[in-house]
Design a protein around this ligand. Structure first.
Ligand code: SF4
Length: 204
């Protein structure tokens, strides 16, 4: 495994340990904490299917047209993995674990890109909020109200992960840190840039 795979594998290991089937109460607490985020993601999904379903095709990923599915270029927050684990079965997580530890050469592709698209149940937020210029031009030029809605979603998204205020992504990291776990994907607690933002907001 390369460094990217090791980071992903370690984070998933930690999360699976914390959320092991015997720890139902911990899982329920996290599901409650993230309920608003799940609802946000559902709204964004519906929007994307409605406005972009006909534009964004699987072939974009397979033909390298998608800037999203570049090899190891994708930022996954620790909280992204927690969120996905909360809605995934043990089998789903086994599949992700085996994909991460597979050393096959995926050429340009993201390690999580399967035959039918992303293998995450709830993909990382960076991926969800990515739209290529061609797709945006095609949809938004015809329908400015869709563009306005998308801009609203972009603002809402920040309320979950941008730490100029208390945010879910930070709270999820804190829970694991308090439980004695640590991961390099905990950017809200280890990225100098994000820590500066928290400091300026008086959160440190
Ligand atoms: S995590 Fe999923 S959506 Fe994101 S780049 Fe990889 S395959 Fe694409």
């Amino acid at each position: 495994m390369n460094d990217y795979q090791k980071e992903q594998a370690e984070s998933l290991r930690i999360i699976r340990q914390y959320l092991s089937p015997s720890k139902q109460r911990e899982k329920e607490n996290l599901l409650t904490m993230a309920s608003e985020y799940f609802s946000f993601r559902k709204q964004v999904d519906s929007f994307l299917v409605h406005y972009f379903g006909h534009v964004c095709q699987l072939k974009c990923y397979q033909n390298r047209l998608s800037a999203c599915c570049g090899k190891e270029g994708i930022v996954t927050f620790f909280a992204d993995m927690v969120i996905n684990a909360l809605v995934s079965s043990e089998d789903d997580l086994d599949r992700i674990e085996s994909v991460i530890s597979n050393d096959m050469d995926r050429a340009f592709k993201c390690i999580y890109l399967g035959e039918q698209g992303c293998i995450w149940k709830i993909k990382p937020i960076i991926c969800e909020m990515f739209l290529c210029d061609t797709a945006m031009k095609e949809v938004f030029e015809k329908d400015p109200s869709a563009k306005a809605k998308w801009n609203e979603f972009k603002i809402q998204e920040k309320r979950f992960r941008w730490p100029d205020q208390p945010v879910l992504f930070d709270q999820l990291e804190e829970i694991f840190l308090d439980a004695g776990y640590c991961s390099s994907l905990m950017y809200l607690n280890n990225s100098p840039g994000l820590l500066r933002i928290k400091q300026r907001a008086g959160l440190l």
